[in-house]
Design a protein around this ligand. Structure first.
Ligand SMILES: [Zn+2]
Length: 350
């Protein structure tokens, strides 16, 4: 089977379970061949999106023998390794207690079974840095096993333009919503820009939430900020707190008008299947796709903790700023379902 960079579903050479076996057979060589390793990671992103069940028979061999050649980002890794047998958990925990390895910690977090989550909690309580798992969206409470703070079900976020302003008000997942739909007093808020809202119940695996929709919005600022707010029973935001990595430049000429600038439309939630384009380990080269709801955050930055109860917040969605052009970098939305707090973050590309 030829291994080549993957640029579209039609050219992808994974058609049968035997093709996945052939990919796994290359992992030993990939440990010392970085180019092969990169090509394989794209193929495994496709397998995670389209046919993860074909990978299941290989979980144990990959975890115990071929992890060095298996360079797969966590949002694909947790799909491929999910539910791996307890022998894998024991192997990884033993190795991690002997010598810490990011790759093995990620593999343990990806398994997600009760024994795996218990092993993570034991490692953290015995002195491992909790951040090693929290960056993947896995939180260790003071007692009990670790917890996934993301839905295991991913949906690609595709933007579609609206024909007029009325359409965005009635859409399930609008883009470019007027700010008076989010806060009761639009002239007394730090919000200046709406990226998107999601009807949470339509993304499987999300927590219960008092309001129909959750909102991803921005204060004035290009990147490196975090915005947290409480949500009342009608879904309106109050008690906002904005923090910046660096003090923002105070430039009043940089006027932003959410209601008169930028595109408007709605988001469609697409399943991961072979209609998406898998490249560089992600689906963002699919026309119209700007991010993912469900799954973990991108893992390059710390996930926020709840400002009230300190629990790691639940990741809902991450999109590129291009979905509605303002600022730059990644925009992510998190929740604490217990405290009814919502947090939006803006992080740089890498
Ligand atoms: Zn909380």
């Amino acid at each position: 089977m030829p291994i080549k960079a993957y640029t579209g579903a039609a050219s992808f050479p994974v058609d049968t379970a035997d093709d996945v076996t052939a990919l796994v057979d290359l992992l030993g060589r990939a440990a010392t061949d970085s180019r092969l390793r990169n090509d394989l990671s794209d193929h495994f992103a496709y397998v995670a999106g389209v046919c993860p069940e074909w990978f299941r028979p290989h979980q144990e061999a990959v975890v115990t023998q071929f992890l060095d050649g298996f360079d797969v980002s966590f949002d694909n890794l947790y799909v491929l390794l999910n539910g791996a047998p307890t022998s894998c958990v024991e192997h990884l925990e033993r190795r991690l207690r002997n010598r810490w390895s990011f790759r093995e910690a990620s593999a343990l977090a990806a398994i997600g079974t009760e024994p795996a989550l218990t092993a993570i909690a034991d490692l953290v309580r015995d002195g491992a840095d909790p951040q090693e798992f929290e960056d993947s969206g896995v939180w260790t409470p003071s007692t009990g096993p670790a917890q996934y703070r993301f839905s295991p079900h991913r949906r690609a976020i595709e933007f579609r333009s609206a024909s007029g302003p009325a359409e965005r008000l009635t859409a399930d997942h609008p883009v470019g919503l007027p700010l008076d739909q989010i806060v009761r007093h639009p002239d007394a808020t730090a919000l200046v820009w709406h990226y998107l809202s999601l009807r949470l119940a339509e993304v499987p695996g999300m927590p219960d939430w008092p309001a129909g929709r959750v909102h991803l919005v921005s204060p004035k600022g290009s990147v490196g900020w975090m915005l947290t707010a409480a949500v009342d029973r009608d879904g309106f935001w109050y008690d906002e707190v904005v923090t910046f990595d660096e003090p923002p430049e105070n430039d009043d000429d940089d006027f932003v008008d959410n209601d008169d600038q930028g595109s408007i439309g709605a988001v469609v939630l697409r399943p991961y299947d072979d209609d998406l384009v898998y490249s560089n380990g992600h689906v963002l080269l699919t026309p119209g796709v700007f991010g993912t709801a469900g799954g973990p955050a991108i893992g390059l930055y710390p996930n926020p903790h709840c400002r009230s109860c300190d629990r790691l917040m639940f990741h809902v969605v991450t999109v590129q700023n291009y979905i509605r052009e303002y600022g730059h970098g990644w925009r992510s939305l998190y929740l604490c379902e217990e405290c009814r707090l919502t947090t939006c973050t803006a992080t740089n590309w890498n």
